[in-house]
Design a protein around this ligand. Structure first.
Ligand SMILES: Nc1nc(=O)c2c([nH]1)NC[C@@H]1CN(c3ccc(C(=O)N[C@@H](CCC(=O)O)C(=O)O)cc3)CN21
Ligand SMILES: O=c1ccn([C@H]2C[C@H](O)[C@@H](COP(=O)(O)O)O2)c(=O)[nH]1
Length: 283
């Protein structure tokens, strides 16, 4: 929580106003933030200075793991987060690659599970990582990358958290996650939960112990219409102590994650938080 608050304060104290063409809004912006989550000690990085909808964040990550390309599938799992990008952005609505209502195109999980090969067929990056880690193998290239510039024109948004790099030291699993662009009031609240949960899940299904997760953010911003709420409401509140996450121990394989897992398989304890804050969302 402390590192989140420090980043928010840093943006407010040192940020530069940048005009963003895609959304037509100005963003108060800093470059480079490094967050670390202690997954080993189960210090779940939930924001406490407002209510966090952590189940939607995990649902979104599970949708990426399943390779979803449709906002309706995310909704069924419990995340409405892709509705706007799939159905309200004019550039995407006019894109000939859009397959209709709720289609997100070739984004995130599609790249993670079915990266198209130029010579035909596709690559399942996540399955390769899980298979290797289960055997105790880290080939120093255990990388799940959603960033495929050759297919940006076929998706509604370029991935923000674009790369997850796993590493094995003995039987401890580490994760470095890279994010190019971060909406700190809304997105980061979700992304922290996702990095943490991804490491816990992959450690659990490969029989490893989770260590630390390292989260690198490049462009960290607050949109102009979010600033007052962040500065005058959220940052005035006193944070509470960390919560912890528990996951159904029956989840044992990638196939389990792909087939029967729901949000009922995740529980949070000791989550003390202030009231919800409704931040504006920019499409
Ligand atoms: N401008 C922008 N910011 C983002 O954070 C973002 C995007 N676009 N586009 C793609 C995804 C979608 N994400 C989202 C979308 C919506 C919420 C959101 O509205 N969260 C609310 C309520 C969540 C709920 O009720 O389930 C929140 O208070 O956290 C969060 C992350 C993160 N990403
Ligand atoms: O997981 C996510 C997904 C998206 N975001 C934010 C970051 C930006 O505010 C927008 C994406 O806009 P770009 O113009 O493509 O950078 O969505 C996030 O914080 N986390």
């Amino acid at each position: 929580m402390k590192q989140y608050l420090e980043l928010c304060n840093r943006i407010i104290d040192e940020g530069t106003w940048i005009e963003n063409e895609r959304t037509g809004k100005r963003c108060l912006t800093v470059i480079n933030a490094d967050l670390v989550y202690n997954v080993e000690k189960n210090e779940f990085p939930l924001i406490t200075t407002r209510k966090s909808f952590w189940k939607a964040a995990i649902a979104e990550m599970l949708g990426y793991i399943r390779g979803f390309d449709n906002a309706a599938d995310f909704r069924k799992l419990g995340a409405k987060t892709w509705d706007a990008n799939a159905n309200e952005n004019l550039a995407w609505l006019n894109n000939p690659h859009r397959k209709g209502e709720d289609d997100m195109g070739r984004v995130y999980g599609v790249q993670g599970r079915a990266w198209s090969k130029p010579d035909g067929g596709s690559i399942d990056q996540l399955k390769k990582i899980v298979d290797n880690l289960k055997k105790g193998v880290d080939d120093r290239g255990e990388i799940l990358s959603f960033y495929n510039p050759g297919e940006f024109h076929m998706g509604c948004l370029r991935p923000c958290m674009h790369t997850h790099n796993f590493s094995l030291l003995g039987d401890t699993l580490y994760l470095n996650s890279f994010q190019r662009s971060c909406d700190v009031p809304l997105g980061l609240n979700f992304n922290q939960v996702q990095v943490f949960t991804l490491l816990v899940l992959i450690a659990q299904i490969t029989g490893k112990k989770p260590g630390q997760a390292y989260h690198k953010i490049v462009n960290a911003h607050i949109y102009e219409d979010q600033l007052d709420l962040m500065r005058d409401v959220q940052l005035k509140r006193e944070p509470f102590g960390p919560a912890s996450l528990s996951i159904n121990p029956d989840i044992k394989s990638l196939e389990d994650l792909e087939t029967w897992v729901t949000m009922d398989d995740f529980e949070v304890s000791n989550y003390q938080h202030h009231d919800a804050i409704k931040y504006p969302f920019s499409v």
